[in-house]
Design a protein around this ligand. Structure first.
Ligand SMILES: Nc1nc2c(ncn2[C@@H]2O[C@H](COP(=O)(O)OP(=O)(O)O)[C@@H](O)[C@H]2O)c(=O)[nH]1
Ligand SMILES: [Mg+2]
Length: 233
């Protein structure tokens, strides 16, 4: 509980057997986090078995895709404050406290991974990804008159249940470009959004989205297409 509010953490998981147990342990902050949900997205490794060894609730989402997995997790969550994260070692559990601190003033608190001082040496955030994430975030900021944004692809974020309920039925994206849709819908609904710097570390296991140049470019182009089509259609 945080300020008498129940806190849920959601992990979308596709083949994350190596780190899933540690992730649940790291994010289950005693006295603060009430529930951790692992959304197993048809993993072909032992993600489900490893997650079952933890106190987390494990649900299976059969529709394949990062966005589908997150959306399922948000439907399953019972908390008043809902936090999205990744079980791959890139995020630090205690950064949840940074999101919670801002959640007193804002309905949605997004992490940003492009702050130089918080990018760990081994992190997958070279100049191309860093500038790309920043540029697409700026495009979103200016086209939707948003708050200062510097990262379009940071999973680590928090949303109040009351705010989520206002936009949840309008989610359409199921693949890797889900995050900007969530921000656009939030801004359009008048939800108060802020961004805060979070740690970004190296990954455990293989990256499936931005791990190679092609994958990163594909996701970036999908995000740009989405931002333009929402704005001008
Ligand atoms: N790529 C991908 N990731 C998924 C899927 N379902 C769940 N995920 C999870 O989404 C998160 C993001 O993927 P990841 O490989 O870490 O991409 P990266 O953060 O860009 O390196 C991870 O926690 C995955 O386990 C899926 O169908 N595809
Ligand atoms: Mg990742």
């Amino acid at each position: 509980m945080y300020n008498s509010k129940r806190v849920s953490v959601i992990f979308p998981a596709y083949n994350e057997e190596q780190y899933i147990r540690q992730a649940v342990e790291d994010f289950w902050i005693p006295g603060i986090v009430d529930e951790v949900i692992v959304v197993n997205n048809n993993s072909r490794d032992r993600t489900a078995e490893e997650a079952a060894k933890t106190p987390a609730r494990v649900v299976l989402e059969t529709q394949q895709g990062y966005g589908y997995a997150l959306r399922r997790g948000m439907r399953e969550a019972t908390g008043d404050l809902i936090i999205l994260a990744e079980p791959d070692g890139t995020f630090v559990g205690r950064d949840v406290l940074k999101l919670l601190a801002y959640a007193e003033d804002f309905e949605m608190v997004c992490g940003t991974r492009t702050t130089r001082e918080m990018i760990w040496e081994e992190a997958n955030m070279g100049w191309f990804l860093r500038i790309g994430n920043w540029a697409v975030a700026k495009m979103l900021q200016f086209l939707y008159n948003g708050p200062s944004l510097s990262d379009c692809g940071c999973t680590l974020r928090l949303i109040h249940r009351s705010a989520l309920e206002r936009i949840q039925d309008r989610f359409t994206v199921g693949k890797s470009h889900f995050l900007p849709e969530m921000v656009i819908l939030a801004l359009r609904a008048g939800i108060r959004v802020i961004e805060v710097p979070v740690n970004y570390r190296g990954r455990v296991g293989e990256s499936k989205i931005t791990g190679n140049f092609k994958g990163a470019l594909r996701t970036g182009l999908r995000m740009i297409g989405l931002i333009l089509s929402y704005r001008f259609k």
